[in-house]
Design a protein around this ligand. Structure first.
Ligand SMILES: [Zn+2]
Length: 110
């Protein structure tokens, strides 16, 4: 199954559902096969680390982002600043690109 994912690394996205609804952040990683993405500052989970003196590990709390489903976010258009659905375009030279459905601007993948 070839599922198209509209989200690319370094996109700014807004979370539209779940406990982090309304948060925005930069996409750090995209896992197309799992349809999951990692977003900076979103879905942060705390892991409690046990101190282990033999291995020199200090106890404490480690905070780390955890992946979320791509359906839980929308891309924020860098041109009009609106969270928008993304349209697919095929450029004259055959390259595929993304476009904002609100303002029509091309959204470049960085
Ligand atoms: Zn736009």
């Amino acid at each position: 199954m070839n599922v198209e994912i509209n989200i690319r690394r370094n996109d700014r996205v807004v979370v539209i559902s779940g406990k982090d609804r309304g948060k925005t952040g930069r996409v750090i990683e995209v896992h197309p096969r799992k349809r999951r993405i990692l977003v900076e500052g979103v879905n942060v989970v705390k892991r409690h680390l046990k101190a282990n003196s033999r291995r020199g590990v200090q106890g404490g709390i480690l905070e780390k982002e955890s992946p979320i489903d791509v359906s839980n976010v929308m891309v924020i258009c860098p041109h009009c600043g609106v969270a928008s659905r993304v349209a697919h375009q095929v450029l004259a030279d055959g390259r595929r690109s993304r476009a904002c459905k609100k303002c029509g601007a091309t959204i470049e993948s960085k």
